[in-house]
Design a protein around this ligand. Structure first.
Ligand code: BGC
Length: 504
C-alpha cells in the first residue's frame, strides 16, 4: 500500500545541517503569524455571545434570543445574521490568499507576512473602535485579508527555512501559535465578560492588535528563505543564508538542488495552469482535499461555538466560558505531542491515530447528547454527565491537535514543488477558509435539523479522511523539500500520474 515509511528512509538525500539558534529564532518569530488566526477564531465566538455586543450591533438578534422561549435545545441559538457576520472574515481570507500567492512568489514570503500583519492591525483598530455594523464589517474584512496573507506565507516560510529532519517540528510552531492565540482569546472572553459598563467586547476586538504588532514587527527583521531568494535571482544572498541557517559551510548539495528547483520554477510563467497538468495531479488533489477534510472534522464547531455548546449542555454563562478555556488549554498542550513526534513517527501515524480517536470521541459525544436530549431536544443534563461530555470533547480536540490541525498546514506546505508552491498553497488556504465559512454558516441550522446526529455526520467524514490518508498519502518525513517529487513516483497510486517521462 502507500508504504511511505520505507520510501522515506531509503531514498531521501541527507543534507548536512543542524538546528541552529538562528533558524530556531527565525521560525519562532515567523510562526507568530498563527497568533492572529487563532486569536480571531477564539474571540469571535465569545463576542457574539455577549449581551452588550448584541444589544449594540444586533438588537434584533438580542431581542429574539431573550424573548423566544424555545424548549428545544438543538434550535435555541439559530441566527443567520450573526453567523454571516462571523464568517464574512473567511470569505475575505479566501480571496486574499490568491492575491498573496502572487506577492509571495514575486516579492518573497516575508513581504506577505509583513503585509498580512499590517492589514490585520488596521482591522483590529477599526473593530476595537467600531461605532456601527459597517465599521464592524469593514474591520472584519481587513482581518480576513491579513489572515489570508499570513496563512499563505507563514507555512511555506517555515517549511523552506527548516532543515528536512526538523521540518515537521518547526512548521508545527505555526499551529502551536494558532492554539495559543485561541487560548488567549478564550481567557480574554472569560475576563471581558465580567467587565461592567458593556465595553468588554471592545477590549476583546481591540486586543487583536497585540498579535498583529508581534508579526508585523517580527517580519521587519526576518530574512527571506533561500528558496525564495534564489527564485528571485539573489543567489549570493541565498548561499550565505543557507550557511547561516544550517550552521555549516557544507551546503553545496542543498544549494545546487535549490538552484535546479528554481530553474524549473523560472520556466513556469503561469503557475495556475501549470498546476492543472497531469503530473501535478497528486499535489492538486492534496491541496483540495487536505484542507476540506481538516474542516470537515468539525473542529470549528468546538472552536467557534464551545460556549454555546456548553450552555446547551446546561452550564451557566461563566462555566461555559470556563469550559472553553479548558478545551483551549487542552488544544495547546496536545499540539506538543505532534511537535515532538512528527519527525520521528512520521505524518501518517499521527493522521491515522488522530483520525481513529476523533471518530470514537465524536460518536461518544453524539450518543451522550442523544441519550439525554433525544430527538426533541428536551431534557436536562445532570452536572457530572455534562462534565463527562466536556471530557469527550477534550479527547476529540486533543486528537485534532496532534493530527489534522498541524498536519493540515504542514503537509501541503512541504509537498508542492517550487514552481507551483505559492499557487498551490493559496488553494490550500482558500479551500480551508471556504470550508471554515461553510461549517460556520451551517452548523447552527444543521444542529437544529440533524440534532445529536450532527456528531455522527462529522464522525462519518473522519472515517472517510482516515481511509483516504491510509491509501493515498505517502510519508514525507525527513525528505528534503525540493526532493519531494520522488515520493509520488514510488507511490502505488500516484506513480501513474508522475511517470518517468514527466519532470518531477
Ligand atoms: C485550523 C482552524 C482551527 C484550529 C484549531 C487550525 O489548524 O485551520 O480552523 O480552528 O486549527 O486549533
Amino acid at each position: 500500500m502507500a508504504g511511505g515509511v520505507v520510501i522515506a528512509s531509503s531514498m531521501s538525500k541527507v543534507y548536512p545541517g543542524k538546528m541552529t539558534l538562528y533558524v530556531f529564532v527565525t521560525c519562532l518569530v515567523a510562526s507568530s503569524g498563527g497568533l492572529i488566526f487563532g486569536y480571531d477564531i477564539g474571540i469571535s465566538g465569545g463576542i457574539t455571545s455577549m449581551d452588550t455586543f448584541l444589544q449594540k450591533f444586533f438588537p434584533k438578534v438580542y431581542y429574539k434570543e431573550k424573548h423566544t422561549l424555545s424548549n428545544n435545545q438543538y434550535c435555541e441559538f439559530n441566527s443567520q445574521l450573526l453567523t454571516t457576520f462571523t464568517s464574512s472574515l473567511y470569505l475575505a481570507a479566501l480571496v486574499a490568499s490568491f492575491l498573496a500567492s502572487a506577492v509571495t512568489r514575486t516579492f518573497g514570503r516575508r513581504i506577505s507576512m509583513l503585509g498580512g500583519g499590517i492589514i490585520f492591525l488596521g482591522g483590529a483598530a477599526i473593530n476595537g473602535g467600531a461605532k456601527d455594523v459597517a465599521m464592524l464589517i469593514i474591520g472584519r474584512i481587513l482581518l480576513g485579508i491579513g489572515i489570508g496573507f499570513a496563512n499563505q506565507s507563514v507555512p511555506l516560510y517555515l517549511s523552506e527555512m527548516a532543515p528536512a529532519k526538523l521540518r515537521g517540528m518547526l512548521n508545527i510552531a505555526f499551529q502551536l501559535m494558532i492554539t495559543i492565540g485561541n487560548f488567549i482569546a478564550n481567557l480574554v472572553n472569560y475576563s471581558t465578560n465580567k467587565i461592567e459598563g458593556g465595553w468588554g467586547w471592545r477590549l476583546g476586538l481591540g486586543l487583536a492588535a497585540v498579535p498583529a504588532i508581534i508579526i508585523t514587527v517580527g517580519s521587519l527583521f526576518l530574512p527571506d528563505t533561500p528558496n525564495s531568494l534564489i527564485e528571485r535571482g539573489h543567489n549570493e544572498q541565498a548561499m550565505s543564508m543557507l550557511r547561516k541557517i544550517r550552521g555549516t559551510d557544507d551546503i553545496k548539495a542543498e544549494y545546487d538542488d535549490l538552484v535546479v528547483a528554481s530553474k524549473d520554477s523560472q520556466l513556469v510563467k503561469h503557475p495556475w495552469s501549470t498546476l492543472l497538468q497531469r503530473k501535478y495531479r497528486p499535489q492538486l488533489c492534496m491541496s483540495l482535499l487536505i484542507p476540506s477534510f481538516q474542516q470537515l472534522t468539525g473542529i470549528n464547531v468546538v472552536m467557534f461555538y464551545a460556549p454555546v455548546l456548553f450552555k446547551t449542555l446546561g452550564f451557566g454563562n461563566d462555566a461555559s466560558l470556563m469550559s472553553a478555556v479548558i478545551s483551549g488549554l487542552v488544544n495547546v498542550i496536545a499540539t506538543f505531542v505532534s511537535i515532538i513526534t512528527v519527525d520521528k513517527v512520521g505524518r501518517r501515524v499521527l493522521f491515522l491515530q488522530g483520525g481513529v480517536q476523533m471518530v470514537i470521541s465524536q460518536i461518544l459525544v453524539g450518543t451522550l447528547i442523544g441519550i439525554k436530549f433525544g430527538t426533541t431536544g428536551q431534557g436536562e443534563i445532570p452536572k457530572t454527565y455534562a462534565i463527562f461530555v466536556v471530557v469527550c470533547i477534550c479527547v476529540f480536540v486533543s486528537a485534532f491537535a496532534w493530527s489534522w490541525g498541524p498536519l493540515g498546514w504542514l503537509v501541503p506546505s512541504e509537498i508542492f514543488p517550487l514552481e507551483i508552491r505559492s499557487a498551490a498553497q493559496s488553494i490550500n488556504v482558500s479551500v480551508n477558509m471556504f470550508f471554515t465559512f461553510v461549517v460556520a454558516q451551517i452548523f447552527l441550522s444543521l444542529l437544529c435539523h440533524l440534532k445529536f446526529g450532527l456528531f455522527y455526520f462529522f464522525a462519518a467524514w473522519e472515517v472517510a479522511m482516515t481511509v483516504f490518508i491510509a491509501l493515498f498519502l505517502p510519508e514525507t518525513k525527513n525528505i528534503p523539500i525540493e526532493e519531494m517529487g520522488l515520493v509520488w513516483k514510488k507511490h502505488w497510486f500516484w506513480s501513474r500520474y508522475v511517470n518517468d517521462d514527466t519532470d518531477v
